[in-house]
Ligand binder design. Structure first.
Ligand SMILES: Nc1ncnc2c1ncn2[C@@H]1O[C@H](COP(=O)(O)OP(=O)(O)OP(=O)(O)O)[C@@H](O)[C@H]1O
Ligand SMILES: [Mg+2]
Length: 208
């Protein structure tokens, strides 16, 4: 089976704006991921796990970082040289992402239901009633059955675990074939960590 994601010799460099010195952030990363497969990146703090994830989505902080070589293929497409419009199609729809800090990743001044609805509407225009139903079914799927009430709440009214579930609901809203999770449980306590991992595993199985 062809790889869903294939990274070859990925190199990212970092230029110090003060003295112009260049250092490596990623130096020759190779990885392959088959459809339905799960892959965990493990390594010490600062070794480049988050930057690898951001490179796949072309969300690196550029500058000071810069792609310095290698290639990334996703679903048999070269991700080099895609237009901004093509990237909007891929991010969120074909590749979902869950970040480490649920509270800072959500919009603090918008009810969470509206944020999930926006994630759906960004990629296909659904009639408002249908999108709202989808929000409720997503909330149920991520273990928040009281969706009607939760959808009206703002992030600060929810616990860290609930916010992380909302982030996962947004990330899976469009049924992406690749879900990138960057330390999705670091900000959570141990029992909630286990529940979130179980939830992510359940969702990856669905895409097999
Ligand atoms: N915005 C930034 N500007 C400059 N350098 C950065 C930036 N973000 C990260 N770096 C550097 O890039 C390197 C890789 O960082 P990265 O965030 O990928 O590490 P990580 O493996 O995710 O670490 P952690 O486990 O702490 O999350 C580090 O050496 C870090 O100092
Ligand atoms: Mg990181």
């Amino acid at each position: 089976m062809p790889a869903l994601l294939s990274i070859r010799n990925l190199k990212v460099s970092l230029k110090n704006p003060e003295n112009g010195q260049v250092g490596w952030v990623l130096r020759g990363v190779d990885l392959d991921l088959a459809p339905g497969e799960r892959l965990a990146l493990v390594g010490e703090s600062g070794c480049g796990k988050s930057m690898t994830a951001l490179s796949i989505l072309r969300l690196l902080p550029q500058p000071p970082m810069e792609f310095s070589g290698g290639g990334i293929r996703f679903a048999e497409r070269d991700l080099e040289g895609l237009s901004a419009r093509e990237w909007r199609e891929i991010r969120g729809k074909e590749i979902g992402i869950v970040f480490q800090e649920p509270l800072t990743s959500l919009n603090p001044v918008m009810p969470v239901g509206a944020q999930i609805e926006e994630a759906i509407q960004n990629h296909r225009s659904a009639p408002p009633g249908e999108a709202r139903q989808k929000v409720l079914s997503l909330l149920k799927e991520v273990g928040l059955p009281d969706g009607e009430r939760i959808a009206r709440q703002y992030p600060h009214q929810l616990s860290g675990g609930m916010c992380q579930r909302v982030m996962i609901a947004m990330a899976i809203a469009c049924g992406p074939s690749l879900l990138i999770a960057d330390e999705p449980t670091t900000a959570l306590d141990v029992t909630v960590q286990a529940q979130i991992l179980e939830l992510l595993f359940r969702n990856t199985r669905r895409y097999l």
